[in-house]
Design a protein around this ligand. Structure first.
Ligand SMILES: *Cc1c(COP(=O)(O)O)cnc(C)c1O
Length: 414
């Protein structure tokens, strides 16, 4: 590839069909933000919407809002909107609780649908909460179940006939490597196992077709590429064909078929509504809806096209301008196998990430040696990629990372 210049990237921004979306986010001056895959930026429409929900809907309309302002419908309404981003049919996705809680729900349900099988299969290095929740559930169910975490390379051949559930994160949070969902789905189906996908680093960033992949269950975060705000509620997908037979373990009153009849006996709601648990967080849902709407307006296809180009350019710039400093790109070079991030390893990853943050280039450190740069194509500009690599090169050339303040021990948070 020819050597890229800053002017090339400025030109790409000028002709970018998504360029106007950046204006709809608050991005502080002097910040090149590469953490949209951890906490998405704030849509500018959020404060006004918050004011409206707080002052009018809560303040004035009070309890009547559950009906007149549609509060009760928000989890299913936003769920369907997220459903369009992951090719779910209407009525297959609902919003509520955290990704961790939703995982517990769907894993327990899947084990029940595959009674007699005893293993939850996952890959070593999966996101910790996925593993912890699976192990906690296995412990709760008594000694009969086990969580089998195998190396990525042997995942497929490990789908044995005692496997009830294959639980995978579609895009790996550390490396950005992406699973072939169709292929794993077909393998699992052939072996009689169900699939549970964690889409936390996928929805809003890469095309996902749960229907084509024959996915059984899925969960994911609202606060990453969906820009729902800190602690935004998560989503839960349950394929239509399982809804009637599925029994979820958290039988809260809002999952009842008639919550406001206050019956003594639990009777699950029809369809996806049985996945509701307790009272939904209305303020958080109102913020999340704005973030989801922005992704839908831009379209996943356009975001993916830009993101593929941006990740490619970032990797190229790292090779052209930072190759001599000992970085190694660990994100797959094949665009079909990577999500919307570029991760590189370096022995001094932690102080380098700190030194970059001090210059306004905000990325992530992931133990033990990964620098992670998430690319949220709704608002990340091409020129931001240039600035980031310029700072990386400068920090390395002048050993700016080697100052004592950047060596304070990592607690894992950035
Ligand atoms: C961010 C993330 C989570 C977070 O789960 P919460 O319960 O919402 O905190 C779960 N899984 C993956 C793969 C993630 O990247």
């Amino acid at each position: 590839m020819t050597t890229l210049s800053r002017a090339d990237l400025v030109e790409l921004d000028r002709t970018d069909p998504l360029r106007h979306f950046r204006d709809r986010f608050l991005i502080p001056d002097g910040i090149a933000y590469f953490d949209g895959n951890s906490l998405g930026a704030m849509p500018k429409a959020v404060p006004e919407r918050m004011r409206q929900v707080v002052e009018q809907e809560w303040g004035v309309d009070l309890i009547r809002s559950w009906r007149i302002n549609g509060w009760l419908e928000l989890p299913a309404r936003i769920g369907d909107k997220i459903g369009t981003l992951i090719s779910a049919a209407p009525g297959e996705t609902i919003v509520g609780d955290s990704t961790s809680v939703n995982l517990f729900q769907v894993l327990a349900a899947a084990l029940k649908l595959r009674a007699g099988r005893t293993a939850i299969l996952t890959e070593a290095g999966n996101f910790p909460t996925d593993r912890y929740i699976a192990e906690g559930l296995a412990a709760l169910l008594g000694g009969g179940y086990n969580v089998r975490a195998v190396p990525t390379a042997s995942l497929e051949e490990s789908i044995a006939d005692d496997v009830a559930v294959v639980m995978l994160t579609h895009v790996d949070y550390r490396t950005g490597r992406m699973w072939e969902m169709d292929r794993i789905g077909a393998r699992a189906r052939a072996a009689g196992a169900l699939t549970v996908w964690d889409l936390s680093h996928s929805a809003g960033a890469v095309p996902v077709d749960l229907t084509a992949a024959g996915a059984d269950f899925a969960v994911g975060c609202g606060y990453k590429y969906l820009n729902g705000g800190p602690g935004a509620p998560a989503y839960l997908f349950m394929a239509q064909r399982h809804q009637e037979a599925t029994a979820l373990p958290l039988t809260g009153w809002l999952g009842h078929t008639r919550p406001f009849a206050f019956e003594d006996a639990y009777r699950p709601a029809q369809g996806i509504r049985k996945a509701r648990v307790g009272t939904p967080p209305i303020l958080s849902l109102a913020a999340l809806e704005i973030g989801v709407d922005l992704v839908a307006e831009a379209t996943v296809a356009a975001l993916r096209e830009k993101s593929t180009r941006q990740t490619q350019i970032f990797a190229t710039l790292m090779e052209q301008r930072a190759a001599t400093f000992g970085f190694r790109i660990v994100t797959p070079a094949d665009p079909a196998r990577r999500g919307s991030q570029i991760s590189v390893t370096h022995d001094s990853a932690w102080p380098i990430v700190q030194a970059l943050a001090a210059r306004g280039v905000i990325g992530d450190f992931r133990a033990p040696d990964i620098l992670r740069f998430g690319i949220a194509s709704l608002y990340t500009r091409y020129v931001d990629l240039w600035e980031a690599v310029t700072h990386i090169s400068d920090v390395m050339t002048h050993r700016a990372w080697d100052r004592p303040e950047f060596h304070a021990p990592s607690d894992g948070a950035t």
